[in-house]
Design a protein around this ligand. Structure first.
Ligand SMILES: Nc1nc2c(ncn2[C@@H]2O[C@H](COP(=O)(O)OP(=O)(O)OP(=O)(O)O)[C@@H](O)[C@H]2O)c(=O)[nH]1
Ligand SMILES: [Mg+2]
Length: 335
């Protein structure tokens, strides 16, 4: 460990300084031909807290094989709990490298940026007009070619059968049964388009991993959804729903991995965060399941993906998810 102590007035200057005076020289110094050592920089500073001074530590012990992707070797850690205006007092601060920075946020804005409660999502200047005033069921389709073709931006809900996709649609639009829900998995078998505020679509997709469905149906689902994810031009973001009341299933990890490897814009929407099963039976809290899940999928994502906690019973995360949808949609419409 090589300790360095720097004083710097703002984060972007600090990062610039670190890269030019510390990271670059280290990367270009005497390394063996097959491997190099990436400095691992720890900056003790809470996101959203006051600017510097920062305590910077260089850890040159991480060996990275040449040819593997060079990740920006910066790690930010909290030194103390600093007051952060946007976060509720009960929430833990999130290190900067675990935050999702949406498009439209400049590096210089990071010092003052706020994040959505119950999520790792930073709020951008495009987070406006988020409320749903009008919601209308448009059609059910069984193939991508049958889906509406007017090019409105689209947000697709995907996830295991019974995870709560249709319930989330109803919670977002504040209607009891706009989307049909059921205790029995496999209720939604078609792609349902809901037109919101006459300007964008919320799409309820059939659930995956529906065990009772014949294998042929499941294979077809895979072919269909992959086609949809890869070729639907108006698809702004896939909302992958994961049940936070239980540990993630293998099929959830598979889906998350596939989306990450194919670089499909997505967000993890954790559902059923109101459900707290008894700990004495070995169950974990939603927060713990969410934490475990992220560790399982981290390596498949180049950048930290966005995640948000929701419940269709208490409507936790409803306004926050709508704000995230709005900031992506508004950016998409203007670029
Ligand atoms: N406690 C709790 N239960 C929920 C929540 N969301 C959904 N459920 C319940 O989970 C069950 C399945 O919900 P659906 O919304 O039909 O699930 P789905 O993902 O649309 O399922 P398919 O259409 O079969 O793919 C229902 O019994 C819901 O009442 C939630 O946030 N909290
Ligand atoms: Mg459904």
């Amino acid at each position: 460990m090589l300790p360095h102590f720097l004083r710097h007035p703002n984060m972007s200057q600090l990062v610039f300084h670190l890269h030019h005076h510390i990271v670059s020289p280290l990367l270009h110094s005497k390394h063996s031909p097959t491997s190099l050592y990436l400095p691992h920089i720890i900056i003790n500073r809470t996101f959203g807290g006051p600017p510097g001074p920062y305590r910077v530590t260089l850890d040159v012990s991480r060996r990275v094989t040449q040819g593997s992707p060079v990740l920006v070797p910066l790690k930010y850690e909290e030194e103390q709990e600093t007051e952060v205006a946007a976060e509720s007092s009960s929430e833990m601060p999130i290190p900067l490298d675990r935050l999702f920075i949406p498009p439209g946020v400049e590096a210089s804005q990071l010092n003052t940026a706020k994040r959505l409660e119950g999520s790792n999502i930073v709020i951008s200047p495009y987070a406006y007009d988020a409320q749903i005033e009008q919601a209308e069921f448009i059609k059910s389709s069984s193939r991508v070619e049958e889906c509406p073709m007017n090019g409105y931006p689209e947000f697709a809900l995907v996830g295991r059968s019974n995870v709560g996709k249709s319930s989330l649609v109803n919670s977002l639009v504040r209607r009891k049964q706009l989307a049909m829900t059921s205790k029995k998995p496999g209720k939604t078998q078609l792609i349902n388009h809901f037109l919101i505020n006459n300007s964008w679509y919320l799409v309820d997709l059939p659930g995956y991993g529906y065990a009772i469905a014949p294998r042929a149906v499941r294979t077809e689902w895979n072919a269909f959804t992959k086609d949809y994810f890869l070729n639907r031009k108006a698809l702004v973001c896939v909302l992958l729903l994961i049940d936070a009341s239980i540990p993630a299933k293998e099929i959830d990890i598979e889906c998350a991995t596939w989306l990450g490897q194919n670089q499909i814009p997505m967000a993890f929407v954790f559902t059923k965060c109101d459900k707290r099963k008894k700990r004495k039976n070995g169950n974990k809290r939603p927060e713990e399941n969410i934490y475990d899940f992220q560790n399982l999928i981290r390596e498949f994502y180049q950048e930290t993906p966005p995640w948000i906690m929701t419940s269709s019973v208490t409507n936790q995360g409803r306004d926050e998810l709508l704000l995230h949808i709005a900031q992506l949609k508004n950016y998409w419409l203007t670029h």
